[in-house]
Structure formats: C-alpha cells, structure tokens
Design a protein around this ligand. Structure first.
Ligand code: SF4
Ligand code: SF4
Length: 327
C-alpha cells in the first residue's frame, strides 16, 4: 500500500470509518459450489438466507450503491455475490462512477459470463476470478463456470486468479501444477491462494488438516521464489496460515472491513464469511496479510497491532459521538 493510502486508511479508522467495504451486490448466482459460505444457512445470522433477501436491479441498484459508498467512505470496495456479473449491465455503469470517486474496486467473479472489456484498462479496477483447483476438480465443483468458459471470458483481461484451497486440492504438487497452468497465461496478472475457512463445529471434506496446511504453506513458499505472478504471496505473510488470528477481536481485517448483503442494509458479521467462522482455522488471505502487518514492530519495538487497537478505540469513540453503534 502506498504511504498516501496508509495515511488515508489511518485517518478513516481514527474517524470511526472502515477503509474496506464488501458488498454482496446480488442474491443470485447460477452456480451451486460445495462449501459456498454465501449460501450457508447461518451466513446472515440464521433468520434469513441470501437467496431470500431483497436485492436491487437497474438504476435502483446503481443509486443504492453510490449512496452506500458515500455513507461508508471506503478506500477499497469489494463487490461479491452471489455472482456479481449477473448484474453486469449495472456494473458497466457503476464501476466507472465508483473509480471516479477515488475508490479502488475489486469484482470477485466465477467468470461464468464475459467480463466487460473496459475493465481491463481501468487502473483502479481489479477483476478477481475464483478458480477451485485444476480442471477436473474445478469443473466438478463450479460448472457452469468451467475452465473452458473462464479461458474464453478472461481473454484480453489482467485478472487475479484466486484459488481457495480445500483438502481435495492439498495433495503434494497440486498447488505447483495449478500455478504452472495459470501463470503461463498472458491474461493472468497475479495468483492468490486462500485456504478454506470452516464454520465452528463444521465437519466437511473441504476442511484442511494441520498437515495439509503445513504442506500447502511450504509449497507456496517454494513457488514464490520462482513465480513472479505469486508476488503477493510473501512467505512471511503466508506463514500466517499456520497461526490464524484465533478470534474476530484479534482480526485486523474484520475490524477494518464493513460487509453488507444484497439489500444494502444487512451487515454480515464478524467478517465476509458471516455465521460463526472458526477463526482458529481461518484461511482468509486478507486476514493473514493484515495480521502480518499488525505483527510488524515499529522501530523494532512496538507492534503496529497496539497502534491499530488504540486507533480503533478512538474510532469507536467518534462513532458514538455520531450516534452510531461501535464495532
Ligand atoms: S460462485 Fe460464489 S457465490 Fe456462487 S455458489 Fe459458487 S462460491 Fe457461492
Ligand atoms: S477473517 Fe478469519 S479471523 Fe477474521 S473474523 Fe473472519 S474467520 Fe475470523
């Protein structure tokens, strides 16, 4: 992050705002991926599930999103779903408006339909395509957003490939094969790996065991040294997957990110996963990245986490003064 952006983010935290906003822009998705947290029963707290929640279309959605951004003042907006490209007509209008407001926009998609061409040339836009492993596993989990479709739809883009590793994709050599396939494509700018994050009490085939985590972390660390497209997977950060924050209170990412669902009102807590995520098994890349930043010792003495926590307390005071609930 540039110094200017850090200063702005700090200013927002001190004023009681969160620098990151994540919005489930639609309740719709043509896919039914196993392990999808957005459609989990407890994702929105248990009284309603995402497919039942209101969502918006057309001008109402464009105006609603602009209003949300004006209220939350994020520096970084992550547009998720459901499948955001279900609303591609609205996004074609909305994304340039948001970047003109100075917001960095990330669109997280399965690439089940073509990605608007104009996004490839927009500085403040990041298209993040979720790919669940090599073709046999991915196509089984993510049809109709198959490899063939993705390869067609990313032509001419500069996408970020985002793979959430589950136990099914954690055998030795799997991450290497995946990296070698996607890093070879000119339409891919960078590759990110997260690990599957279960809910508390979950027992599913997606969950990684401790030995799977250790193997995957070692493999990513080795790949980092020879694959420039893994430039964000810095070994000291990736190591954080072996020691997740443990609770939402200890998670800088959760504290700096507001999450809204498709009615543009309902907040998702404690983080984008909703429900009761098992923070001791968190595999969120943003969470470990900010965790590593928090562990950094300013002047070799004071961890940045202490300064963050003091800033959050000041920010909460500011929110109370404005009559809003604290974090
Ligand atoms: S594409 Fe995303 S939102 Fe849709 S089912 Fe799959 S994981 Fe869930
Ligand atoms: S991002 Fe991870 S550590 Fe942070 S609150 Fe969510 S599950 Fe917990």
């Amino acid at each position: 992050m540039e110094t200017g952006a850090v200063v702005k983010a700090w200013g927002l935290i001190l004023s009681g705002y969160r620098p990151n906003l994540s919005v489930e822009i639609t309740r719709e998705c043509p896919l039914r991926c196993p392990g999808c947290y957005a459609y989990g029963d407890e994702h929105l707290g248990g009284d309603v599930v995402l497919r039942q929640l209101a969502d918006f279309k057309g001008q109402e959605l464009i105006d609603g999103m602009i209003d949300v951004v004006k209220r939350h003042k994020p520096l970084h907006l992550s547009i998720v779903g459901g499948e955001p490209l279900v609303r591609f007509r609205e996004l074609e209008v909305l994304v340039p408006k948001l970047t003109a407001m100075g917001v960095h926009v990330q669109i997280v998609t399965s690439a089940v339909r073509p990605i608007p061409e104009a996004w490839a040339e927009m500085d403040k836009v990041q298209v993040c395509v979720s790919i669940d492993g090599l073709q046999p596993e991915h196509d089984a989990r993510r049809a109709p957003a198959t490899y063939d479709r993705i390869l067609k739809h990313i032509k001419g883009q500069h996408i970020t490939v985002h793979c959430t590793i589950t136990r099914q994709q954690s055998r030795a050599g799997y991450v290497t094969e995946f990296t070698e396939f996607w890093a070879g494509l000119p339409d891919v700018k960078r590759i990110w790996f997260s690990l599957y994050t279960p809910q508390i009490g979950e027992d599913s085939p997606e969950m990684l065991r401790a030995e799977d985590r250790a193997r995957v972390v070692a493999e990513i660390t080795e790949l980092y040294a020879r694959h420039p497209k893994l430039h964000d997977m810095i070994p000291s950060v990736v190591k954080g997957y072996l020691q997740p924050p443990g609770s939402p209170e200890a998670c800088i990412f959760a504290k700096t990110t507001a999450c809204l669902s498709s009615d543009l009102k309902r907040t998702i807590t404690p983080c984008q996963y909703g429900g009761t995520p098992d923070c001791t098994q968190c595999g969120c890349m943003a969470s470990v990245g900010l965790g590593a930043l928090g562990d950094y010792k300013l002047g070799g003495l004071m961890p940045l986490r202490s300064i963050f926590n003091a800033s959050f307390r000041i920010g909460d005071g500011m929110r109370k003064l404005r009559g809003e609930a604290s974090r």
